[in-house]
Design a protein around this ligand. Structure first.
Ligand SMILES: [Zn+2]
Length: 110
């Protein structure tokens, strides 16, 4: 007994969504600012160092600012590094202890 069942109806509907331009035109398109964990101010990414923790739990300083994983930002100045150590901003951001070699690494880049 052979059953021919090639007439499967395709019921998947793809509805194109038209993105309407300019709904929120009030905000400036500058999204390159991130919060520094030291001074807690919004700073342009170019002025910041990104610290990243990858999925293995390893911390590193992300030169490209594109590495996968959880990231936190810090100004490239000694005050903010000191503030981050003092207020544990990085530890809080990562919900865990950030190893000291990271702070040393940042300090080496200032
Ligand atoms: Zn800062």
């Amino acid at each position: 007994m052979t059953m021919k069942n090639t007439n499967k109806p395709k019921s998947q509907k793809v509805i194109p969504i038209n993105k309407t331009k300019g709904i929120a035109g009030s905000k400036k398109g500058n999204t390159s600012e991130r919060r520094c964990v030291g001074c807690r101010q919004m700073v342009d990414k170019r002025e910041l160092v990104r610290i990243v923790r990858n999925t293995d739990g390893d911390f590193s300083i992300d030169e490209t600012k594109k590495a996968a994983g959880r990231g936190a930002y810090l100004c490239k100045n000694a005050d903010c590094v000191a503030a981050a150590i003092k207020n544990r901003g990085l530890d809080r951001s990562f919900k865990g202890k950030v190893p000291s070699y990271i702070y040393d690494g940042i300090a080496g880049k200032i």
